[in-house]
Design a protein around this ligand. Structure first.
Ligand SMILES: *Cc1c(COP(=O)(O)O)cnc(C)c1O
Length: 381
């Protein structure tokens, strides 16, 4: 099956009890047993829920994987991955990554004796330098958030495999429609389904997809033992969102390309970060490992100040000033004070995350209206 067909059909079958075409919301916490231990495969809803099972099967298919495991949020999914590690183990992670991922590694897992080295993964030598016998996991985000650097999956995953190190790719920014890290040999793919998969800014959910049966077993064990599972309503909403994933992402990418070009020629804009530009350092790799260049665009202002950024951020009408991304509606954000506020200033400046950096999540509105909206916002500075 090709992608669009999988989005709609994978794992989805008419409900066995009624024939309902849409997957029902099994809003139940427990299931009747015929006699002790004799049941239809469902005992208690933390462990299994039919709505969740359909979503998990669908997610696995979208990522060309065998096992999907859903969680109550993207960070809960990440937490489950980190729980695979032991005190003394080390992680090597992208230095330009989701602020919440950075916070989980540094503020929670460091105190349990798991240390993370943040490196510029665009330069494989920096990764190699940090590898030692304690290195157990590579944490890869590509394209990165918010600087939209592209990490070469073939090279980095190859290096991990040589050293028997597990890899987890946070594929949230690309969505499974644009990029499938398991095809490159990644051990685990992570999604904040809150973003493109859900796609309508109406749910919080996370997912992991893996191929290895033993790894799937361990993660299912953690899912049940720690209990950060999504509710059936959110699973239903996510399944519903996924049915249009390919159409939405296709359109959003098209819009983003036009907006990136508009920003690039605007006199008040300094740098535009968008992997679709031919002179973007990751362009060739993006072309190789992604279907399109994504719908996230970051830029900073010629006059780099919080004040100027604040004016632009407060003046858009169609771009809503909000955290998150990947919904049908366009959003505008200020990483330094919003998504990346937990990253120290010196660290963020190192990756180019300046005071005036603005991040756009381009939605699927008519692009001319979006461009006009930005254009009028620039008149305030
Ligand atoms: C939002 C996000 C997360 C965290 O997901 P939640 O669903 O908010 O917990 C992780 N990684 C990336 C890249 C994100 O954008």
């Amino acid at each position: 099956m090709k992608f669009g067909t999988k989005a709609i059909h994978a794992g989805v079958h008419p409900d066995p009890t009624t024939g309902a075409v849409m997957t029902p919301i099994y809003q139940t916490s427990t299931y009747a047993q015929e006699s002790p231990g004799v049941h239809k495969g469902y005992e208690y809803a933390r462990t299994q829920n039919p709505t969740r099972s359909v979503l998990e099967e669908n997610l696995a298919a979208l990522e060309n994987g065998r096992f999907g495991i859903a969680f109550s949020s993207g960070l809960a999914a990440m937490d489950a991955v980190l729980k695979l590690l032991q005190p003394g183990d080390e992680i090597i992670a992208t230095n330009d990554l989701y602020g919440g991922s950075y916070r989980l590694m540094t503020k929670i897992y460091e105190k349990y004796g798991i240390q993370t080295h943040f490196v510029a993964m665009g330069d494989p030598e920096q990764v190699r330098e940090k590898i030692n016998p304690r290195t157990k996991l590579f944490w890869i985000e590509t394209p990165t958030n918010p600087m939209l650097q592209v990490i070469d999956l073939t090279t980095i995953i190859g290096m991990a495999q040589e050293n028997q190190i597990m890899t987890c790719v946070d594929n949230t920014f690309a969505s499974p429609y644009l990029q499938n890290p398991l095809d490159f040999g990644a051990s685990i793919v992570l999604h904040s389904a809150t973003k493109y998969l859900g796609g309508h800014s109406d749910l919080v959910l996370g997912a992991l997809v893996v191929n290895d049966e033993k790894l799937a077993e361990q993660l299912h064990f953690i899912q049940n033992a720690a209990g950060a599972v999504p509710g059936p309503m959110d699973c239903f909403l996510c399944l519903r969102g996924i049915k249009t994933l390919h159409i939405r992402v296709e359109r959003a990418c098209k819009n983003a390309k036009k907006i990136a070009r508009f920003l690039q020629q605007h006199p008040k804009v300094k740098n535009v970060y968008y992997p679709g530009f031919k002179d973007h350092p990751g362009h060739a790799i993006a072309k190789q490992q992604m279907r399109h260049y994504g719908a996230m665009v970051s830029f900073d202002l010629l006059e780099d100040s919080f004040e100027h950024a604040k004016k632009v951020l407060s003046a858009t009408h169609l771009f809503t000033l909000a955290e998150s991304l990947g919904g049908v509606e366009s959003l505008i954000g200020h990483p330094a004070t919003m998504t990346h506020a937990s990253i120290p200033k010196a660290d963020r400046l190192k990756v180019g995350l300046t005071d005036s950096l603005i991040r756009l999540s381009v939605g699927i509105e008519d692009v001319d209206d979006l461009i006009n909206d930005l254009d009028q916002a620039f008149t305030t500075i």
